[in-house]
Design a protein around this ligand. Sequence first.
Ligand SMILES: [Fe+2]
Length: 376
Amino acid sequence: MTTSPSSARAQPLQVGPSAGALAAIRRGTSLPVLDVGPYLAGVPGALEQLGADVKMIQENLGFFAIVNHGVPQPLIDESFQQTAELFELPPEEKLKHRVGYHHQGYLPPKSSILQSRAIIDKIAVNTKKDTNSAWLFMRERTADDPKVLANVRHRGLNQWPESLPAFKIALLAYQQAMERLALALLPIYARALELPAEYFADMFREPEYYQRCAYYHPEPSIEEGQYALAPHSDGSFLTLLPMTPIPGLQIMTPSRDWLDVGYIEGALIVNTGQVLNRLSNDRFIATPHRVVNPPGKRYALVFFFYPDDDASVAPIPACIGPGEQPKYDSRSLYEFFVPYLDDLYHYNDKTFMAEAESGKGAPSTTPALESEPLMN
Ligand SMILES: [Fe+2]
């Protein structure tokens, strides 16, 4: 049974976007920066102002940075340190945990071609293997979890490196901190869509997440049209990513230029993906982004936040404007998530990989997606 939040009527915002956020969007040279500290401290009016800012940002750029977010910097630093050590482990140890059916584990460099069908109206189809390596996690589960016992795809046990116990300790704490923050940010998104602040609470009772620890090494033999991480849009409701001083991440602006994401010490990048794009009936964009060959070792601690598996990701009725139709079908988060990942990662599909590299390069035609309109 698919659950969906109670129907709610629009509640117009009481304020407009702040001058700082507006100026950043108009300049278009850097991400808008939002201070969420007053909101998290319960300062009256802070939620409404952030709602107005996020509304304007999500309708234009789809990416911003937050400061004073409450995630302890020592925890972020330790997670980066452990991630750096993870990728220094001997190849044979990492390959014991190679990613497979559940998309949980180690993804070696140059082992998958990232193709994002959701953005093929904006980006040339990628046919090269990404140079980054990654270690992928879903929500941590125990062996007696019903979904583990039933071998539900993408809901298996995470793989942890035996020789690096401190990595597991750091990353579990990191994931829990990010989940707390993401839950705390939900009312901002509800108000940004001019819904009651508690609107999303029913969808996030057992939220799913997907964590991607990535290592972007400088690649001396990168080919024309090859990326550290090829252009794509995230699948998430929202994505959280600590900023790093080593450049490489670029986002697509409304004019389809690529904007280098800068660095602000201690800030987190926030963007939204196809789940919120669907829920908002295209009002909030799932911005294409990519990582180009970095000038130095670059690590990423990406936290993709999703609602419950049985939450509906159909457009919210209050987000469908007068005279508009729903642009997406009715399905649960889980029914969205599996084809989303199959559309993006192709390491399990040797035929696809061979054809893409040989130049045929056709976008994937995952059967579950064929009747669905293209997502932006
Ligand atoms: Fe991404």
